[in-house]
Design a protein around this ligand. Structure first.
Ligand code: NAP
Ligand code: ZN
Length: 322
């Protein structure tokens, strides 16, 4: 039995049809027939070889589909899978519900074949029931993009916090929605003037294309995959403010010492979210109507969809459908 997928054989190569024999279905695995898969900029990084040589790469880690086989879920049940597809299940982090920190964490499409495919098998602990209120196309991007912005908002913000979001792409437009849903006052920082109207609809109270105002924010989420001017953005934080890096910038962040010392500011990073947080995020999205603004295309157009994301032309998430 072969799974049908789309793969890049080497860095920056086009995605081409790729059939492979799946690993055997383990006792605790679930097999899912993929109906939808979002295109995250991490898929671009993988295909472009930004994160090393993992080829052939079958990208895709914002998956929604229906259960075909496995013990935990009913057949035909609708489930989602994000970036992480396994962990050891035994270490101090796994036992504390912080599976994302497990040293043995496995990625859905790095070292494994991901969601630009018709079928996938993952550990059942990393498949999540999708609430009925969430349509598959607009919910798929929540599985990676959504939880990646929800986690630091949950950790570093609360109602009334002044939150800045740099980069209004797949992650950024979901960050505006979640921050608004949590009762924050949200500022969007974008290089694309044409995004202002929609950014305000997503929840931004302020839309800034230039420099941020000094001492105006409690939390900044940087979703851009380029290193920002850290002096300027740290200066935009209020005392004890937090700058959280989410974009996987290849270049180092250059942090001026005084921008940290004065005002006791923090620079941190955050990776996706653990299963318990993914479940909570899906519930919050269902209650508050958080949904990706998507452009749906057939799975066979995976290569063109990836290129649109690469060129910052997606508004705001490409989603592939079988
Ligand atoms: P995306 O949809 O392409 O959006 C990125 C946005 O960043 C763009 O829409 C653009 O927004 C801005 N941008 C693009 N190029 C830029 C540049 N050179 N300088 C400044 N801003 C730029 O990407 P995404 O899917 O949201 O992913 C963003 C980053 O997060 C990627 O590096 C991805 O790998 C990473 N990521 C990290 C995690 C994690 O766990 N931490 C999870 C998922 C993704 P404007 O047009 O508004 O300027
Ligand atoms: Zn992703």
């Amino acid at each position: 039995m072969a799974f049908h997928a789309y793969a890049a054989k080497k860095a920056k190569a086009h995605l081409k049809p790729f059939d492979y024999e799946p690993k055997p279905l383990g006792e605790h695995d679930v097999e899912i027939a993929i109906t939808h898969c979002g295109v995250c900029h991490s898929d671009v990084h993988l295909v472009d070889g930004d994160w090393g040589d993992h080829f052939p790469v079958v990208p895709g880690h914002e998956i929604i589909g229906t259960v075909v086989a496995g013990r935990k879920f009913k057949k035909s049940e609708r489930v989602g899978v994000g970036w992480q597809c396994n962990s050891c299940g035994e270490c101090e982090y796994c036992r504390a519900g912080e599976e994302v920190l497990c040293a043995a964490n496995a990625a859905t499409c790095q070292g494994n074949f991901g969601g630009f495919a018709d079928l996938i098998r993952v550990n059942e602990r990393f498949a999540f029931r999708i609430p009925d209120a969430l349509p598959s196309e607009t919910a798929a991007p929540l599985l990676c993009g959504g939880v990646t912005v929800y986690t630091p908002l949950r950790n570093f913000a609360s109602a009334g916090s002044r939150v800045g979001v740099i980069g209004i792409g797949g992650l950024g437009h979901l960050a505006l929605q979640f921050a608004k849903a949590l009762g924050c006052e949200v500022t969007a920082f974008s290089r694309s003037v044409d995004k202002e109207r929609e950014a305000r609809r997503f929840g931004a109270a302020h839309f800034v294309t230039g420099a941020p105002r000094k001492g105006s924010l409690d939390l900044i989420l940087n979703t851009a995959h380029a290193a920002p001017d850290m002096g300027v953005y740290l200066g935009a934080l209020r005392p004890k403010g937090v700058f959280c890096q989410l974009g996987a910038a290849p270049d180092p962040l250059s942090v001026p010492a005084f921008a940290l010392i004065v005002g006791s500011r923090t620079v941190t990073g955050s990776a996706i979210g653990s299963p318990a947080v993914i479940r909570e995020m899906l519930e919050v999205a269902a209650r508050h109507g958080v949904a990706a603004k998507t452009e749906g295309v057939p799975m066979r157009e995976a290569d063109a969809a990836l290129d649109k994301t690469r060129k910052n032309a997606a508004r705001y998430r490409m989603v592939l459908a079988n």
